[in-house]
Design a protein around this ligand. Structure first.
Ligand SMILES: Nc1ncnc2c1ncn2[C@@H]1O[C@H](COP(=O)(O)OP(=O)(O)OP(=O)(O)O)[C@@H](O)[C@H]1O
Length: 574
């Protein structure tokens, strides 16, 4: 079973971690970009192998250099220094090219994956319907940060593993060759252990990894929790920014501070646990690291002093031992990254699951019909928990008809509009329209005014063929906001700057520009005086006489602008 909602993956088996990673990575590596991606990864792998080869050459250079020193061989000094220069040069070149190609691979992969996530999230209104499925916190963070972290960590860990394995095999060979046999007598029998330095390195690294694993195991869980607490805290801060004015009006700072302090307390508390645990691991690792320099020296110095090996052999053995030890300690070093990698995978999983489930939720499908512009028969609206809200809704609207929906608060008026717009997955009945692809526009009590250039915000969601300045000015004047004409090219957070009444007038300008066939107005004039309300409804009648208008509102003055009425107080629930 896949981890659900990003909270349970860290106790899965190692093989499942790889399967989970492949599940997330597969769409890119089998996409139309796969050839480019494979070429890049092959190049990076080849360069990593070249890097290991360079370290092998450098390792044998040590032998030659220290042997030359031991023999006071002046002639060899200059060629050996030049050779070292070449080794260093190739090392730098290989690493720089590898870095460059790898970054290209990373950004190409991230671009593709982000595009896919955005498409899935924004199509079929999954971004909206995910409110009905499991709650996924911070989808923005999942798209903006987690994809990049997943790609970076996957490449780091897999290339690190590959380099460690290749390095291990290369240096085990060298170490085996250098270490010779370890001869000893046991119970009168002469025995020997071939390549004893290799066995010592395996034993040494195995023991080190085992102890680190034992001390560090809780760290995976702690790091995972750290990410969750940090995300909770960030989400809390984000909400304050979003609702700053409402909080300020309520003087709700104390309440908010208490909530945020609680969340931050979790961050600090867990952080200290991470620090204490890391202290233990680091304490061991430092001691272990220091001994790993001394250990091969202590083992080999007796043989060197007995003239059983040259100074070059001794230095090369020490360096090879270090390399073998490094490679074997791969998991020891990758410990912290593994925890982060798992957490990121779980968050992406949770996001993918939620998007799939949301995409599978469908509103009522609209059927074609030439009998009117909009026909609703026997519509019944339920809540997500299955409880019926209202049933038996019937009406027929032809071009130019205007329907007023009234009823007490919470009776389901807005939810009817959601059902008509295909956003509510819990309705039954039949909706028929003259043209399935007809153009609809929904205007809520607080119209959505994006933080973009004002002219685009007014015309939203129109993106092509925007009216010219003159046409825009006329519409703004007609809607009573002529003074905004001078700010058409300004980019601001209009939703926070404009008053609610200004935003509602802007929404009417938007209707005139988009000229939809069906217009939904959900208490869209609630912040305006009756005079302005009359003026705007008159404007709709004059400019868009053929459009169907469906209004939700409590004011009795609205009645005169509608020729049909649906009273929710007269309807029953099951
Ligand atoms: N996502 C949701 N999950 C559960 N219940 C919901 C959801 N959205 C709306 N409801 C419930 O559906 C009921 C009808 O809500 P709706 O917004 O349609 O009422 P309304 O008639 O438009 O109210 P008002 O006149 O106050 O705007 C309410 O009880 C509301 O709590």
């Amino acid at each position: 079973m896949q981890p659900s909602n990003g909270r349970s993956g860290y106790n899965r088996k190692a093989i499942d971690w790889i399967k989970d990673a492949w599940h997330l990575a597969k769409p890119y590596w089998t996409s139309e970009q796969k050839y480019k991606a494979y070429a890049q990864i092959i190049a990076v792998i080849a360069l990593n192998l070249a890097y290991v080869y360079i370290t092998v050459v450098a390792n044998s250079w040590y032998n030659s250099f220290y042997d030359a020193l031991q023999r006071y061989d002046k002639k060899l000094f200059t060629p050996l220094v030049i050779k070292f220069g070449w080794i260093a040069f190739f090392n730098v070149v290989v690493q720089l090219i590898s870095f460059y190609i790898r970054k290209h691979l990373e950004i190409g992969w991230r671009r593709w994956m982000t595009d896919r996530y955005l498409n899935n999230w924004l199509s079929n209104q999954a971004y909206y319907k995910s409110r009905f499925t499991e709650k996924v916190d911070n989808p923005d963070q999942r798209i903006s940060e987690d994809i990049g972290s997943f790609i970076g960590s996957s490449l780091d860990l897999s290339l690190g593993l590959l380099t460690s394995i290749v390095s291990l095999f290369s240096f085990v060979g060298i170490l085996w060759h250098l270490s010779g046999n370890f001869n000893f007598t046991l119970l009168g029998h002469k025995l020997y252990i071939p390549g004893y330095m290799v066995w010592l390195a395996v034993l040494y690294a195995g023991l080190g990894t085992y102890i680190t694993f034992k001390i560090g195991k809780p760290l995976i869980k702690l790091n995972f929790r750290q990410q969750v607490y940090e995300a909770d805290f960030r989400f809390g801060l984000l909400r304050i920014r979003e609702y700053s004015e409402e909080i300020a009006f309520y003087n709700g700072e104390q309440q908010e501070k208490t909530g945020l302090t609680g969340k931050f307390h979790n961050v600090v508390d867990n952080f200290m646990r991470v620090v204490k645990r890391t202290l233990k691991i680091n304490g061991f690792n430092f001691a272990y690291g220091q001994t790993s320099v001394l250990f091969p020296l202590l083992v080999n110095v007796p043989r060197y002093l007995a003239k059983g090996m040259t100074l070059g052999d001794l230095m090369q053995t020490m360096s090879a031992f270090g390399r073998v030890q490094d490679a074997l300690s791969y998991f020891l070093d990758a410990y912290g990254s593994l925890a982060g990698w798992r957490a990121v995978m779980d968050r992406l999983y949770g996001f993918e699951e939620s998007v799939v489930n949301a995409t599978n939720l469908h509103g009522l499908e609209k059927l074609p019909d030439q009998n009117g512009l909009l026909l609703v028969s026997n519509l019944s609206i339920n809540l997500p928990n299955g409880k019926n809200l209202v049933q038996g809704i019937n009406f027929k609207l032809s071009a130019g008809d205007r329907l007023l929906i009234r009823g007490r608060s919470g009776s389901g008026k807005t939810t009817l509009l959601r059902s008509l717009a295909g956003l509510w997955p819990y309705s039954t009945g039949e909706i028929r329209v003259a043209d399935v692809a007809s153009n609809e526009l929904f205007v809520g009590q607080r119209p959505y005014v994006p933080a973009i250039r004002l002219r685009e915000a007014i015309c939203y969601p129109l993106i092509e063929n925007l009216p010219n300045d003159e046409a825009l000015k006329v519409v703004l004047r007609e809607c009573g906001i002529a003074y905004l004409a001078s700010r058409l090219d300004e980019i601001s957070d209009w939703g926070k700057i404009l008053s609610l009444g200004e935003q509602q007038r802007l929404a009417f300008a938007r209707i005139l520009i988009n000229a939809p066939t069906v217009i939904y107005l959900d208490e869209s004039t609630s912040a305006l005086d009756e005079e302005m309300e009359q003026h705007l409804y008159q404007l709709l009648q004059d400019k868009l006489p053929a459009s169907v208008v469906i209004s939700v509102g409590h004011r009795s003055t609205l009645k005169q602008w509608h020729n049909q009425e649906l009273d929710f107080n007269q309807l029953q629930s099951a």
